[in-house]
Design a binder for this molecule. Structure first.
Ligand code: NAD
Ligand code: WQD
Length: 339
């Protein structure tokens, strides 16, 4: 059986990917320091798949601990690297913490791979590397724009680290640039766990719907878009998770066309903030309390993916609709309330 290390596997996207990997016959080892996740996630993965993943709790930014891990696990077929800090605003207040965590954890993993002949890595990148693209939909060939945040810059730098490392060592990499992942597993056993006040739109909406927040602030309605609110490409987290299984198989089977290979993971459709609110109201039957406020600093106007390369080359396509995304997010919020 193929043994896969999933870093950050207790987190939002990682936990959904662990489920898909297990359901596709992979044996999963999770490393997570639980800096942004809870240990209960492991039991919930077990409830979905019937398999409890092997778990180790340590900080991948620590070179000694990471090196030690590799001496104990020399038979890995590949790594999916989710572990990172991801809060854009926080990265502006603590840039060094973000550079240390996000760059060091990747470097430590690549050192271990080099030393132990582990050749395949899937890396979590982000559409944030594009900034506000000149052309929409944005293709993988669009240039990086100067980063708006230290977080975004860590993703650009990590992609550069991969680019130079695969030239020098027998490592093969796929960088997946996620657009806006939302929603939760249909079981409502795993989902996004924003600790504290959410920064992202959908958890803020569901928390407002359930009564944890008084109202949603809609950041700007004077953008040059049809309804004036900003546009993003929202993708169901289960579609996203499934793309990781496909990408990993491509690496293991040696089918990559370039190294590193880069794919956009989105639906190819843009939705405005108002369309997201309307979808929430449709699936929940509630009226959402919201107020229009000023634009949020650092936000881009609009972005959505050209998914042609991912669809044709990976043979993968996001299938779930916006209403399915919002319905699953809402079921998850209600399940959290009931716990
Ligand atoms: P998350 O915070 O839910 O999961 C990340 C996990 O990594 C957490 O469980 C955290 O405890 C762990 N972690 C962080 N630093 C670690 C370290 N040094 N050692 C060990 N474990 C560590 O985030 P997510 O939304 O699941 O994101 C996963 C990846 O996808 C991240 O790399 C993120 O930057 C990227 N990404 C996320 C989004 C998004 O909107 N959620 C969009 C684009 C890219
Ligand atoms: C979506 C839209 C907001 C909250 C961020 C990161 C990006 C990627 C995904 C990791 C925007 C509006 C939001 C609110 C609002 N993460 N909004 N009221 O900013 O597109 O992307 O997460 O790589 O790098 O920047 O996502 O969910 O924060 O915002 O009106 O309370 O919702 O202005 O237009 P964003 P988001």
């Amino acid at each position: 059986m193929n043994k896969i290390l999933v870093t950050g596997g207790a987190g939002y996207i990682g936990s959904h990917t662990v489920v898909e990997l297990q359901q596709n016959g992979f044996e999963v080892i999770i490393v997570d320091n639980l800096s942004n996740s809870l240990i209960e996630v492991l039991d919930n993965i077990h409830s979905i798949t019937g398999i409890k993943p092997h778990f180790e709790q340590f900080d991948l930014a620590d070179p000694r601990l990471t090196a030690d891990f590799f001496t104990r696990h020399t038979d890995l077929s590949g790594i999916i690297h989710f572990a990172a800090y991801k809060a854009v605003g926080e990265s502006m207040e603590k840039p060094l913490g973000y550079y240390r965590n996000n760059l060091m954890s990747l470097i430590n993993l690549l050192e271990g791979m080099k030393l132990h002949g582990i050749n395949n890595i899937v890396f979590s990148s982000s559409c944030t590397v594009y900034g506000q693209p000149d052309e929409l939909p944005v293709t993988e060939n669009a240039p990086f724009k100067p980063a708006f945040s230290a977080y975004g810059n860590t993703k650009q730098m990590c992609e550069d680290i991969l680019k130079f490392t695969v030239n020098a060592h027998p490592v093969k990499a796929i960088a997946l640039r996620y657009f806006n992942p939302i929603g939760a597993h249909p079981s409502a056993l795993i989902g996004e766990l924003p600790l504290g006040i959410p920064n992202n739109l959908v958890p803020y909406i569901t928390q407002t719907g359930i009564g944890k927040r008084e109202y949603l602030r809609v950041f700007g309605n004077d953008y040059p878009t049809p309804d004036g609110t900003a546009i993003r490409d929202y993708i169901h987290v289960v579609d996203l998770a499934q793309a990781h299984v496909v990408a990993l198989r491509r690496l293991i089977e040696g089918r990559s066309k370039t190294n590193p290979e880069v794919f956009n993971l989105g639906t190819g459709n843009g939705f405005s903030v108002m369309q997201i609110i309307e979808a929430f109201e449709r699936v929940s039957g509630l009226k959402l309390n919201y107020r229009i406020v000023d634009r949020r600093a650092g936000d881009i106007e609009q972005v959505w993916a050209d998914t042609g390369y991912a669809n044709n080359e990976l043979g993968w396509k996001a299938e779930r609709t916006l209403d399915e995304m919002m319905a699953s997010a809402w079921r998850w919020e209600m399940a959290l309330e009931g716990r």
